[in-house]
Design a protein around this ligand. Sequence first.
Ligand SMILES: N[C@@H](CCC(=O)N[C@@H](CS)C(=O)NCC(=O)O)C(=O)O
Length: 205
Amino acid sequence: MRIWGRTNSVNVKKVLWCCAELGLDFERIDAGMQFGVVNTPEYRRLNPNGLVPTIEEDGFVLWESHAIVRYLAAKHGAGALWPNDLRQRADADRCLDWASGSFAAAFRPVFWNLVRTPAEKRDLAAVEAGVRRCVELAGYVDAALAGHHYIAGERFTMGDIPLGCHLHLWLNMPVERPAHPHLAAWHARLRERPAFAKWVDIPIS
Ligand SMILES: N[C@@H](CCC(=O)N[C@@H](CS)C(=O)NCC(=O)O)C(=O)O
């Protein structure tokens, strides 16, 4: 399998972490931002959006990080990342959609302003509004984790992956946050996983 994507992209991290959890071999090609590649006609034929990640496996091309996580989990992680129980799987699956549709949407202005924008050009009003919303949403995750170790129950599933990537960034932003003890304990649990340590728990850039 080939994976196109720079390692500091949150969406690429999801795929790399997932592959490492599943013990999959792959070749990774740096692409996106300073690496370019994404605007070449060859890449656009694979992924017309010009975004990362994209994977290719025996001629099968797939983009959209959460679709990739679902595909790999279903193919290689049945009964583990991909729960066999339909309701448990739906519960995990829901977290992938919520991570992008709700949390990532709120977090984007916080990350882009504080990490990718020079200090003098930052939109601090957008940061403040984003932080307020992220605190509220992180509170929902904290409450959801109160009764169990992982987001969809006692076992680690695909549901933990996108959420884990976004919340790891959130928990490392230089902003004031209320204590969310269940979220913090879950984050600490994720940090003990070698696959998370290798691809997600890296300097933020
Ligand atoms: N919904 C897409 C979003 C992909 C996306 O926005 N990727 C960003 C990196 S996180 C990107 O390609 N940015 C342009 C670049 O790196 O050149 C997914 O989840 O795969």
